[in-house]
Design a binder for this molecule. Structure first.
Ligand code: PLP
Length: 368
């Protein structure tokens, strides 16, 4: 099978799995227990957090581990919204469902504004500047779009939001971390989220970083573990495996991206002139980890199954909504074209992807 669905999830790295197994066996005690074994486990937890923060250069952020990025995005957005109870929230038309559907839920109590997606797959930041008011409590946008792979201008968004002291900036960094070198300082973002399984870490763990001076409202009630934001016993092995994955892959970000860019361009150059295909991913401001295309004569789902019959695994969109037969939201927002949005698929890459695999994909797409 040729796996080209790395934006949905990545296989766990062997070293990361080894860490998981070792910590599960050697440090099984509850990190909250006062005895020696508990304290040893707690030391490993604090060490993992310290290492992760050091990697990202974070000075004043708390890190809370969650079950995945969906949970982290929910806790971040509700954590701010529940504090204020009313006000203005600005987000975008291209957010992952774990942000977008929270916003839909909040529409009853808040003024929620969804920024447009421009033709180049980027958010209209001029509109963000126009929409900001003294009542804005939260701006939530993604760093790298999961459907197109476009890299949003977080640096400028930070500058815009900073002018409004009440407003907090939440960034969904899931498709950016370990894939794109940030041109901004993570310290300048109030809250941001990640998911370990997107960078060869284990499934079942994500994280929320938030500035330690933010009094995040709680959604869950229990012990005081993890600042009370995500109370309860957590799996230390997942935490240490996440730290291992970050320590291994964060420093490889630019090397791996340079390789993936070659893979992307090889595919792009060989399919761009094919009559049946429209490539939706632009060539600028992208991560190169995803290439989105439409074959307007068939639905995305049909195309996914056609490729599957040729041993190629791709997605119609974000894994969470790929079973829904709706036009893909980001492509629709960018193109205003329902047919293009309903017939789109996403091929996503890794440093593990080979040129031979891409050649086979090109061959299959040529014969469509
Ligand atoms: N945000 C983005 C941009 C994503 O691509 C995804 C998953 O595809 C998520 C959030 C949700 O991540 P998780 O599967 O860890 O809940």
């Amino acid at each position: 099978m040729i796996y080209l669905d790395y934006c949905a999830t990545t296989p766990i790295d062997k070293d990361v799995l080894d860490t998981y197994v070792r910590i599960s066996t050697d440090f099984f005690a509850n990190t909250s227990s006062l005895h020696k074994l508990g304290q040893e486990a707690n030391y490993m937890y604090e060490l993992a957090i310290k290492e992760i923060k050091q990697l990202l250069g974070l000075k004043n952020h708390n890190l809370v581990f969650t079950a995945n990025a969906t949970e982290a995005n929910n806790l971040a957005i509700f954590g701010i919204a529940d504090k204020y109870k009313s006000g203005k929230i600005i987000t975008t038309k291209m957010e992952h469902p774990s942000v977008y559907n929270v916003m839909k839920h909040l529409e009853g109590s808040f003024e929620v504004v969804y920024l447009d997606v421009l033709e180049n797959g980027l958010i209209d930041l001029e509109a963000l500047a126009r929409e900001m008011t003294k009542d804005t409590i939260l701006v939530s946008l993604m760093w790298v779009n999961n459907i197109l792979g476009t890299v949003q201008n977080v640096k400028d968004a930070i500058k815009i939001v900073k002018k409004y002291p009440k407003a907090k900036l939440h960034v969904d960094a899931v498709q950016g971390l370990c894939k794109v070198t940030p041109d901004f300082d993570f310290n300048d973002i109030d809250l941001f989220t990640f998911s370990s399984h997107k960078f060869y870490g284990p499934k079942g763990i994500g994280g929320l970083f938030y500035r330690s001076n933010i009094d995040l409202d709680k959604r869950l009630f229990g012990s005081g573990a993890q600042f009370g934001i995500k109370p309860g016993t957590f799996d230390l092995a997942l935490v240490c495996a996440t730290a291992k994955a970050m320590k291994k892959y964060y420093p490889l970000t630019s090397v791996n991206q340079a390789y993936v860019k070659k893979i992307f361009m090889h595919l792009y150059n060989n399919i761009k002139d094919l009559d049946k295909i429209i490539i939706n991913t632009p060539l600028e401001n992208i991560s190169y980890y995803a290439l989105n295309l439409s074959v307007p004569s068939v639905t995305g789902e049909t195309l996914v199954h056609h490729l599957e019959a040729h041993n190629i695994c791709v997605s119609t969109g974000s894994a969470c909504s790929s079973k829904l037969k709706k036009p893909e939201k980001t492509i629709l927002a960018m193109t205003n074209d329902e047919i293009r949005a309903s017939s789109s698929i996403r091929l996503s890459f890794s440093h593990l992807t080979t040129v031979a695999e891409i050649d086979q994909v090109i061959e299959t797409l040529r014969k469509l």
